[in-house]
Design a protein around this ligand. Structure first.
Ligand code: ADP
Length: 649
């Protein structure tokens, strides 16, 4: 008896999406199923290198398409690795990928219509069969396990059945019971067209029985009326099976490249850039690498494996999970690398050791970064689109790839206090604009553009006409240490340490005033420091404020505010960092406080005002208040008092 089971809810959601939203390009279902069949054969071939018994005396790899005009079924069969019952449940009963899950949840919440280009981002794969079929049956048997054949069936309505069955040979049949409006997929010309278009370069033969009817002819070759019809059936291979990466570039059209990209990436969009090159010499290899237009959904998930490039040895697929082939900061790439410098039966351990792979990896990194540099040089708008899609990931390279650090630095783009929102500048451009008096590259980390622009620390820089780089990505705080200096110019955070923008001359002219301010405020600062001693390290006069009354800054070597927020958001234990409260010596508030302090150094209002100053500074840094309720009370009390004063006047 077949057991009826329910799909995981996210699968049902995915199915609904696939069936109802992917209206425009239904024919890709065949590409997806052929691609699965081809992958299954690759895996079987790879396992057979270690254990020949799984071949079961059937060593000719083959994918077969069969049609049945009476039953309205289209069947895609392969003699690949097959699946056990457990594997069937795991692979086609759930959505394993957590990125897809999250995406579906978001989609459900937003209730927006799904833009078709986004659908491509989760390998719709197997489920795309339901676009054209109202029932799908899978009969499969795991290679080398004669007793394990299973039959899975579903109408895509939330349930599927699973039962044991027989299948003499290893492999999988996917049987589509076509909807009435999609019977065109039973036609030979249609199948030929789709295979040619999307799967021509699949390495294994995709075969189909071609039926020809021949009418009886006389000796002169004329049809004999009422004569017998001879029916012949011949098996034809529909795809040319040429590995595209091995062919000379001149022979390959842009469309060929794009179709191949879609085949390996399951993306619906064409790639952003195609890079195809050969290397000879120390190590020989051929690479065909694609930069997608936008990140796949799971790219930012830490659990995502480095699945960017497929490794082939002499046209034989080895693995698509080879960390040694690509540094992780380039994990958004897709493509193929084929080398003849590795043994065919290469094992995991050998891959880790292989010197050839290290050389290939180096070469790929350099090549891709060079291509990006060229795009940036020639078409900055195009490059900016790339940067917005992948900049976050590429930046990780500064931390990981010492050798390419300089190349990577040139590829960085940032918003700055001089660019419009959403527009970018490179560090090179920033340095070019620096006035002669400016020594360092100034930057500010913030949550977003608005927070950066409103930051009190920016005031002195603005009035001096110094541009400040806005670092708005969480990762920026990490990589800034890795950059360190750019063209011998130090990267200096404007909310850390003691910033003094004045030239030697200006310092001289201001010296008197500064000394006086220091003397005048000495007692007050000591008193405020004491009141706030549990909260801040020090209260001091600021050289960076021109308008705001106060701000919080960090020690040069202590953790920045952004970093602290990130770590807290990641539930990390963050040691309490005490910051410095800076006060603006020219702000009238300071004079008021001084008066109060002179009147009575124990005045209870002093504690209240000091706390309010500190709380303001926290708010401006977008840090949480320790006690929002008390803050609200203090503000209300202040307003009441002022209101009383106003009305009594
Ligand atoms: P993807 O191919 O992107 O992983 P699919 O939904 O197309 O997603 O397939 C899910 C999984 O089901 C595959 O990863 C594979 O493990 C398994 N599978 C699908 N088709 C076959 C097949 N013909 N033979 C063996 N396994 C298959």
């Amino acid at each position: 008896m077949a057991k009826k089971r329910q799909f995981k809810t996210e699968v049902q959601r995915l199915l609904d999406l696939v069936i109802h939203s992917l209206y425009s390009n239904k024919e890709i279902f065949l590409r997806e199923l052929l691609s699965n069949a081809s992958d299954a054969i690759d895996r079987a071939r790879f396992e057979a290198l270690q254990d020949e018994s799984i071949l079961e005396n059937d060593p000719e790899w083959k994918i077969k398409i069969t049609t049945d005009n009476d039953a309205h079924t289209l069947t895609i069969s392969d003699n690949g690795i097959g699946m056990t019952a457990d594997e069937v449940e795991k692979n086609i009963g759930t959505v394993a990928n957590s990125g897809t899950k999250r995406f579906l949840e978001q989609l459900q919440e937003s209730k927006e219509k799904l833009p078709p280009e986004l659908i491509g981002q989760f390998g719709v794969g197997f489920y795309s069969a339901f676009m054209v079929a109202d029932k799908v049956t899978v009969i499969t048997r795991r290679a080398g396990d004669v007793a394990s054949a299973v039959r899975w069936e579903s109408t895509g309505d939330g349930y599927y059945t699973l039962e044991g069955c027989e299948r003499e040979k290893r492999g999988t049949d996917v049987i589509l019971h076509l909807r009435d409006e999609h019977l065109e997929y039973l036609e030979e010309w249609m199948i030929r067209k789709i295979v040619k278009k999307y799967s021509d370069f699949v390495e294994h033969p995709i075969c189909m029985d071609i039926r020809r009817e021949e009418v009886e002819r006389d000796e002169e070759g004329k049809e004999i009326e009422g004569g017998e019809k001879k029916v012949s059936i011949t098996e034809e291979t529909l795809n040319s099976r040429k590995a595209i990466w091995l062919r000379p570039k001149a022979e390959i059209s842009e469309e060929n490249y794009h179709d191949f990209y879609k085949h390996i990436s399951h993306d619906f969009e064409k790639p952003f850039e195609v890079i195809h090159w050969n290397v000879e010499g120390q190590v020989e290899f051929k690479a065909l690498v694609f930069i997608p237009q936008r990140p796949a959904l799971d790219l930012f998930m830490p659990e995502t494996k480095n699945r960017g490039l497929q490794l082939y040895v002499h046209r034989v697929f080895i693995t698509d999970n080879c960390e040694e082939l690509l540094p992780s900061y380039l994990r958004f790439l897709r493509g193929v690398v084929d080398s003849s410098d590795l043994p065919l039966n290469v094992s995991r351990e050998m891959l880790q050791e292989a010197k050839a792979l290290k050389i290939i990896r180096k070469n790929i990194s350099k090549k891709v970064l060079d291509v990006l540099a060229e795009i940036k040089e020639k078409k900055i708008e195009r490059y900016t689109a790339f940067w917005q899609a992948f900049g976050k990931i590429l930046k990780e390279g500064l931390h990981l790839d010492f050798e390419n650090r300089e190349r990577l630095q040139e590829l960085l783009l940032f918003e700055t206090s001089n660019t419009d929102a959403g527009k970018f500048s490179s560090l090179a451009e920033y340095v070019q604009r620096m006035p002669e008096t400016q020594k360092d590259i100034y930057y500010l980390t913030a949550e977003d553009r608005r927070a950066a622009e409103n930051s009190p620390q920016l005031e002195a820089f603005r009035s001096k006409g110094y541009e400040v780089v806005f670092m708005l990505d969480p990762i920026d705080e990490w990589i800034v240490n890795d950059i360190g200096t750019y063209k011998d110019k130090k990267l200096t955070c404007i909310s850390k340490g003691d910033v003094d923008l004045d030239s030697e001359e200006e310092k001289k002219t201001k010296e008197e005033a500064r000394k006086q301010a220091a003397a005048e405020n000495k007692d007050l600062l000591a008193c405020l420091s004491d009141i706030l001693k549990d909260k801040v390290k020090e209260v001091r006069l600021s050289k960076r404020l021109t308008e705001s009354a106060c701000c919080l800054v960090s020690d040069e070597y202590s953790m920045g505010v952004q970093m602290e927020k990130i770590l807290k958001a990641m539930q990390q234990d963050v040691p309490a960092t005490k910051r410095i409260l800076e006060l603006n010596p020219t702000h009238p508030l300071l004079a008021v406080l001084r008066q109060l302090h002179a009147q009575d150094s124990q005045h209870p209002k002093l504690t209240e005002y000091a706390t309010l100053l500190y709380e303001q500074a926290l708010l401006m840094a977008q840090l949480p208040l320790e006690d929002p309720l008390a803050f609200a009370k203090r503000i209300s009390a202040l307003m009441t008092e002022e209101g009383k004063n106003l009305s009594s006047k």
